[in-house]
Design a protein around this ligand. Structure first.
Ligand code: GLA
Length: 663
């Protein structure tokens, strides 16, 4: 279940055999190769060099390793750019060309880029699609990373105009959908339509949303074509893609994953903690600086599982400091092991480390590997060896599930509904600086995890009947079909602020927020304010003496006569209301409030909750229960009476893992 990312083209061939042998000894089974190797595979148009790649695959296979082959389309070589300069994307903030010299210098609206990418993918798929050492494929690499779904090129503009024509049919429909009468923005023909960039001040929100939908569609179309090509020549090998986190994406990940066998995720808990929690108070930031927030990796794991609709892979995991965050600390000793186990607990079928050996040259020379630049073993080496040995301990307990941990069932009773589209809506129409949709969603998720509740992430198209608690932290656009799915479930439904407030074209709904959700709960949002987090109003939850905080986003709610008030603010205004099984939360709040609210709801539903404290986390898969200590001090975990420890004990040392079997 372990693997590694390897770049044979970076190292003398004399090292390959020793590398392969050592990888196998370390318990690594999968080696991902080739995702940036276009210039070494094709040195000029049609001049291919497969000899080195053949030998690299052979060397890895001889050591018993399985290869994941990648298409190299994230790095079009210089000769290709010189032949077709329109492959380069245009920055939508400045209107300037984003040049050659790094990676992802490509425009999804360039026909030349599309054609050339499919050509090299087909050449590779034909050559390696039946190769016995190759178990599967990774398409491209972190597609649309570095903000590359969006381009302001001429090609993008023409493609956007066609996309608009296909969506709206006639230009008057588009004008009315976008509200173009406002500020005389009306168009007479589709050929006049601009990209929403470089305007004097903000462009219409509907225009921006259309452009984001278009950009995402272009990426998905490109990717789908590549998957089809690989499948045509590699019918027995899996096809996956290494996704970037939902909070960073310009692509609809549900759409992107449709043709894949499963989703892979690149896990960089420290790098991403540094960026995601940039505004956190110092003490909180420092506490998790070398571990990542206890819920941050699992947040992405659970999302990946949700997009995949089955298990997922971690295709890259950080083994030490990275090079690309604002600051790049070392992980605490034990964290590489802990993150690996946490991935398995949340549904990973494999964990691959990025990268085998730290490279002494070019952009990522400060990025750690399992081995150092001088080929000595870095700290992560021994932690990976520990995971290898511990995985063997679980084998006897997974026998009736094919002997495979990945097949252990993972059934959550709580679901969070997520869409990329609603994230775009809140980015386009921010309204308050401190409204960050993903921080909202993360804080709701974290509150659930602190109660020990397992969480599935689902799309609005997903059946909601398997769940007891369904939560939509922020869902401005809801469809009539989603409302029907809500009616069909007996789950308690909790909607966060802004839910239902917008039409599909990002206008205000005609009946005030929460719009269509008024079919489920009789409440109206009369007005909205955004305020600084430190200027909060007190928030009081029924049956609870604690004073919590209402801040950042606050709605003026007008509940109907049948609606109960669960929480009020210090001005006696309703903040959280409930009708039957539907709860509407009209404010952003603090962590303590969310934990208290979810504890009340879970208890009413008979869902078991844990008293975990801030650093312990637990997750159950089948008969196995996993426990993680993210804290710097030892923690006691009170195991159920029927449990037997397979790994660790009820005292978890700092950054430690325990696995129990429940009989
Ligand atoms: C990403 C990429 C890799 C590499 C790592 C470094 O996730 O997919 O190619 O750049 O980051 O952390």
């Amino acid at each position: 279940m372990l693997g590694v990312c390897y770049y044979p083209e970076h190292w003398p061939e004399t090292m390959w055999a020793d590398d392969a042998r050592e990888m196998a000894e370390l318990g690594l089974k999968y080696v991902r190769i080739g995702e940036f190797a276009w210039s070494r595979l094709e040195s000029s148009p049609g001049v291919f060099h497969f000899d080195w790649l053949d030998r690299a695959i052979e060397t890895l296979a001889s050591a018993g390793l399985k290869v994941i082959m990648c298409t190299p389309t994230a790095t079009p070589p210089k000769w290709l750019i010189d032949l077709y300069p329109d492959i380069l994307p245009v920055d939508i903030k400045t209107g300037t060309v984003r040049g050659f010299g790094s990676r992802r210098h490509c425009d999804f609206s360039s026909e030349n880029y599309r054609r050339e990418s499919m050509r090299i993918s087909e050449v590779l798929a034909k050559r390696y699609g039946q190769h016995p050492a190759i178990c599967g494929w990774q398409t491209d690499n972190e597609i649309a990373c570095h903000d590359t779904a969006h381009s302001g090129s001429h090609n993008a503009k023409v493609a956007f105009q066609r996309w608009c024509e296909a969506r709206y049919g006639d230009v008057d429909t588009l004008n009315s959908a976008w509200g173009n009468v406002f500020w005389s923005m009306e168009y007479q023909t589709f050929g006049q339509i601009e990209l929403p960039m470089l305007a004097v001040t903000e462009t219409s929100p509907a225009h921006q949303l259309a452009y984001r939908r278009f950009s995402s569609d272009m990426v998905v179309k490109f990717h789908d074509e590549m998957v089809d090509i690989i499948r045509a020549h590699a019918p027995n090998q899996f096809v996956t893609h290494n996704f970037i986190p939902m909070h960073d994406t310009q692509t609809d990940n549900f759409a992107l994953s449709k043709k894949l066998d499963f989703v892979s995720y690149d896990n960089y808990p420290l790098g991403r903690t540094d960026l995601f929690f940039a505004d956190a108070p110092t003490a909180q930031f420092k506490k998790y600086m070398r571990t990542g927030h206890p819920d941050f990796s699992s947040y992405a794991f659970d999302q990946s599982r949700g997009i995949s609709n089955r298990g997922f892979w971690v295709m890259e995991q950080q083994p030490g400091p990275v090079n690309w965050a604002r600051h790049n600390p070392r992980p605490e000793a034990g964290m590489v092991r802990l993150w690996s186990w946490q991935a398995f607990a949340h549904g990973a079928e494999a964990v691959c480390y990025f990268r085998w050996r730290q490279v002494p040259f070019a952009q990522e020379q400060m990025h750690a590997g399992i081995k150092r630049t001088d080929n000595s073993r870095a700290a992560a080496h021994q932690e990976v060896a520990q995971v290898r040995d511990e995985l063997k301990l679980l084998a006897p307990f997974t026998e009736h599930f094919n002997g495979d941990l990945a097949t252990l069932p993972l059934q959550a009773k709580v679901a969070i509904v997520m869409t990329t589209e609603n994230q775009w809506v809140t980015e386009i129409e921010r309204q308050g600086d401190s409204f960050n949709q993903h921080q909202v969603e993360f804080s709701w998720y974290s509150a659930l995890r602190q109660l020990g509740l397992a969480v599935d992430f689902v799309s609005p198209a997903h059946d909601l009947t398997p769940y007891q608690l369904v939560i939509a932290p922020c869902m401005p656009i809801v469809s009539p079909a989603f409302v029907e799915r809500c009616k069909a479930t007996s789950a308690t439904l909790v909607f966060g602020p802004r839910s239902g407030a917008k039409t599909a074209e990002l206008s205000a709904v005609p009946n005030l927020g929460p719009g269509l959700l008024q079919q489920l709960i009789d409440v109206k949002v009369l007005s909205t304010e955004t305020i600084r987090p430190d200027c909060y109003a007190e928030l009081l939850l029924n049956g609870d003496q604690t004073s919590y905080q209402s801040s950042r986003w606050r709605e003026e709610l007008a509940p109907g006569a049948q609606v109960a008030i669960l929480a009020k603010d210090e001005y006696q205004q309703p903040a959280v209301v409930q009708q039957g099984k539907v709860v509407y939360v009209g404010t952003l709040s603090c962590e303590g409030f969310l934990i208290a609210l979810f504890r009340q709801l879970a208890t009413q539903l008979g869902l078991p909750v844990w008293q975990l404290g801030s650093d312990l986390r637990t997750m159950q898969r089948g008969e196995l229960q996993f426990v993680f200590n993210y804290g710097a001090t030892a923690q006691q975990f009170v195991a159920p009476a029927n449990a037997e420890f397979i790994i660790g004990s009820s005292t978890l040392q700092p950054y430690d893992v325990a696995v129990l079997r429940l009989s």
